[in-house]
Design a protein around this ligand. Structure first.
Ligand SMILES: [Zn+2]
Length: 129
């Protein structure tokens, strides 16, 4: 198996609904994002996925979140969608990236998406086989 990781970041505000603590107030983070892919087969360039391609796809999704109040965006706008926590952001990014890579002939799996709201506080989402 091969594994590949890219890291990127975006800045966005959020607040936690129905939460008893300072995070209920609107505040911002520079969210660090890590995307991990894996697969068995390399392409003709001996790459699992071109880093440029993975970065481009990730950037496109992240641009929708960058410099936004996450609570106002569709996936997190209603209480049913859950709070825009690091956990929910990692799941959201995982699912968006999974669909981006679903059409390839080679089997490439999004192994994990990790989102950190600070260097000391990270959450990750992945799917079990
Ligand atoms: Zn926060």
């Amino acid at each position: 198996m091969y594994e590949l990781t890219i890291r990127t970041s975006f800045a966005a505000a959020h607040s936690l609904r129905d939460y008893n603590g300072p995070c209920a107030r609107l505040h911002g983070h520079t969210w660090q994002v890590e995307v991990v892919l894996n697969g068995r087969q390399l392409d003709g360039y001996s790459m699992l996925v071109d880093f440029r391609e993975l970065k481009k796809k990730t950037k496109r999704i992240i641009e929708e979140l960058d410099h936004q109040n996450l609570n106002t965006l569709e996936p997190f706008a209603h209480s049913g969608g859950g709070n825009p926590t690091a956990e929910n952001l990692s799941k959201y990014l995982f699912e968006r990236l999974k669909s981006e890579f679903s059409g390839l002939q080679r089997e490439i799996k999004i192994a994990l998406v990790r989102v950190c709201e600070s260097p000391e506080a990270c959450a990750a989402y992945w799917e079990e086989d």
